[in-house]
Design a binder for this molecule. Structure first.
Ligand code: CP
Length: 332
């Protein structure tokens, strides 16, 4: 679903995310957040993880708060986990069906936001196909409202970045000296950007971005990472391998994009290809995954795969972020 409006490319200045006391008010991007803040968010998320494989710990810390989920693009994991996260913290959660909302009758996104603001929604969780939407809204809401970015075009997906960081930390205990390889459609991936921003801040040893040349990042995008087009070179000695799907919905001209069989042959992550990686390599995927295209199906279900752990951590991370911005609100 493409947003019918256009939005100014607002700078993600740190002051927009943090209040005057340096506390997190909105979460729009991981870029510019300090190592201490990222670590504290991961610690808070870890607190909600009870036992591996179990549901998160519950609390009533958001009782009396209202969270609205506004997803203008499809989602399973992010939407469901924000819904569960809000409910497990005792919030009232509004999942607005945007397909039957008055935006379909031409209402602007700001008028929609002002309407929800007047109903005393405290936290708005927004996913949109257009770059700039979360920052644009954050610039316009009143002080009592927080905005959380749940996926913005190819720009940013900060809670996905946090859950990826949490999963790596749980499995490998550190970021320093790790080789992390992200494979796939880097050019159109907000997941790659947010993971890269967080990993860079937390001091990852080496970050590799592997893609066909037609799906590579621009040279000045993520300059701290090493870009490669050969998967075997990218996988050598890697401790973490994250596979990404081709984001066809963001590609206007699919000419030059390898077909599924060619893609798997050259860029599909498989058990055989992983033989050159570190012996305890973990395999990640943000989902939704296309088995047999970017990742071998049996690998996705193998002990090396941490994909279901990523999904579980998504609830804990979103609980931590909701609780954090709610605390910032209470301190105003
Ligand atoms: N990883 C992710 O954002 O998945 P969904 O699109 O299902 O929310």
């Amino acid at each position: 679903m493409q947003s019918p409006e256009t939005f100014p490319a607002l700078a993600y200045e740190t002051s927009l995310q943090l209040n005057a006391d340096g506390e997190l008010r909105h979460l729009l991007t991981l870029k510019g957040l300090s190592r201490d803040l990222l670590t504290a968010l991961l610690d808070e998320a870890q607190h909600f993880v009870s036992q591996p494989g179990s549901a998160t710990i519950r609390s009533r810390s958001l009782a009396g708060r209202t969270v609205a989920n506004l997803f203008f693009e499809p989602s399973t994991r992010t939407r469901a986990s924000f819904d569960l996260a809000g409910k497990r913290l005792g919030a009232d959660v509004l999942n607005l069906d945007v397909n039957t909302s008055s935006r379909k009758k031409g209402e602007s996104i700001l008028d929609m936001i002002y309407t929800l603001q007047a109903m005393h929604v405290d936290i708005m969780v927004i996913r949109d196909a257009s770059a700039g939407v979360p920052a644009y809204i954050a610039h316009h809401v009143e002080d009592h409202v927080s905005i959380l970015n749940a996926g913005e075009s190819d720009v940013s997906h900060p809670t996905q970045g946090l859950l990826d960081l949490l999963t790596i930390r749980q499995r490998l205990g550190k970021f320093e000296n790790l080789i992390v390889t992200i494979v796939g459609d880097i050019a159109h991936s907000r997941v790659a950007r947010s993971a890269a921003e967080g990993l860079h801040t937390l001091g990852v040893g080496e970050l590799r971005l592997v893609s066909p040349p037609s799906l590579a990042a621009a040279p000045d995008d993520m300059p701290y990472a090493r870009s490669l087009d050969n998967l075997d070179d990218g996988l050598r000695d890697a401790n973490v391998v994250m596979a990404l799907r081709i984001q066809r919905e963001r590609i206007a001209d699919l000419d030059g994009i390898p077909d599924s069989d060619q893609y798997f042959e050259q860029y599909g992550v498989s058990k055989k290809r992983l033989q050159v990686a570190a012996p305890d390599v973990i395999v990640m995927h943000p989902g939704p995954m296309n088995r047999g295209i970017e990742i071998e199906s049996t690998l996705a279900d193998s002990p090396a795969s941490v994909i279901t752990q990523q999904v579980s951590n998504g609830v804990a991370v979103r609980m931590a972020v909701l609780e954090w911005v709610s605390r910032t609100m209470a301190s105003r």
